[in-house]
Design a protein around this ligand. Structure first.
Ligand code: COA
Length: 334
């Protein structure tokens, strides 16, 4: 029997602590208007001291399992996409593994930044279609707030990012049965890696972190905002159309578009370019900021809880991020 993967559970978790644009003005030279006009963001969630990425991931995973009416022991493998590992190594997935008491289930961290969820989805799908695992848990998890420069020097990057986690559980189903993942396409262009990165700590630096590295602000993210914006609004429509074409679908066939939540203006630009009606797009960046690899699974979990995902609906997911990386997926809900 030919197999296909189907999402049987979604979950999300964001910290309780709300950081508004007004809050940010205490620490840096910015205004509520600048942030809202340029990014669409009104507030984001940042962790409280002592909270860890795996705490957020655990809550998201438990919610996904509850929705699927399944247990941890039903999972065959865990793929966790993140750019903000709980520790430099082994990352985050192993601490999630410990937190959900996952026995000896294999797990890995996957690093494809804001496109990480789609990269993980493609690998999970391949594992399922090959018959390697019956169920694969895909998690996106980010804690950006502990790595941001909240002074004026970091304002371009810092105002954008939020913390959060989202999870989906994929299950093998009969490929002829109807619902499930139809197509996922991902790409990368490493020559632009330094346009959006955090240089240290890293093995290319010796020592990996010291006072000089910190003085040079290499431990804070650097972003060439305009360059990133330009590439995002080109690559996202491109890969969305490529994916639909590979699935023999047209833009008009899609019921719901979920875009990575990096900047509301990017998503508005794409919607305008592709003439996608507003009511077919869900955004939550206004409330949550950019949660990188967690953005798409959080959106999916919210859509599921809000009843925006009726069985049979066609959903398109598209992202762009550091690396550069970009990708798109299309699935039939149900
Ligand atoms: N508050 C107030 N002013 C700010 C600011 C802030 N938070 N951040 C930057 N500025 C200032 C800049 O210093 C600059 O001032 P100057 O003209 O005196 O030099 C001015 O605003 C314009 O900066 P610029 O970077 O050109 O703004 P922009 O219109 O490109 O908007 C971003 C900046 C970051 C919102 C935008 O470039 C963007 O969204 N890029 C893509 C981000 C993205 O997608 N990142 C993640 C990918 S996964």
């Amino acid at each position: 029997m030919a197999l296909r993967s189907r999402i049987v559970g979604t979950g999300m978790s964001v910290p309780e602590r709300v950081v508004t644009n007004l809050d940010l003005t205490q620490w840096m030279d910015t205004t509520e208007e600048w942030i809202e006009q340029r990014t669409g963001i009104l507030e984001r969630r940042w962790i409280e001291e002592g909270q860890k990425p795996s705490d957020l991931a655990r809550q998201a995973v438990l919610a996904a399992l509850e929705e699927a009416e399944l247990d941890v022991s039903d999972i065959g493998c865990i793929l966790l996409a993140t750019l903000s590992g709980e520790h430099e190594f082994p990352g985050t997935s192993f601490f999630l593994h410990e937190a959900i008491d996952a026995g000896e289930i294999p797990c890995i961290d996957l690093r494809a930044q804001c496109s990480g969820f789609l990269y993980a989805l493609q690998i999970a799908d391949a594992l399922i279609v090959a018959g390697r695992h019956e169920r694969v848990l895909v998690v996106g998890c980010e804690v950006h707030s502990t790595g941001l420069d909240v002074s004026t020097a970091g304002r371009d990057v810092t105002v954008i990012f939020g913390d959060g986690s989202g999870a989906v559980l994929l299950e093998a189903v009969d490929a002829d049965a109807g619902p499930g993942l139809i197509e996922v396409r991902v790409h990368a262009e490493g020559k632009h890696a330094r346009r959006l990165w955090t240089e240290g700590p890293g093995a290319a630096l010796s020592p990996r972190i010291d006072a000089a590295t910190i003085e040079a602000r290499k431990h804070f993210p650097y972003m060439d905002g305009r360059f990133v914006f330009k590439h995002a609004v080109t690559r996202m429509p491109e890969v969305l159309l490529e994916t639909l074409s590979a699935a023999s679908l047209k833009l008009e066939d899609i019921d719901l578009f979920l875009f990575h939540q990096a900047n509301l203006r990017i998503n508005e630009f794409i919607a305008h370019k592709l003439e996608i009606p507003k009511e077919k797009i869900l955004n939550n960046i206004q409330r949550l900021g950019n949660c990188s690899a967690a953005a798409l699974p959080i959106l999916l979990a919210e859509a599921s809880r809000e009843g925006a995902l009726e069985p049979g609906k066609l959903v398109s997911l598209t992202a762009f991020g550091s690396g550069f990386t970009w990708g798109s997926a299309v699935l039939r809900w149900g």
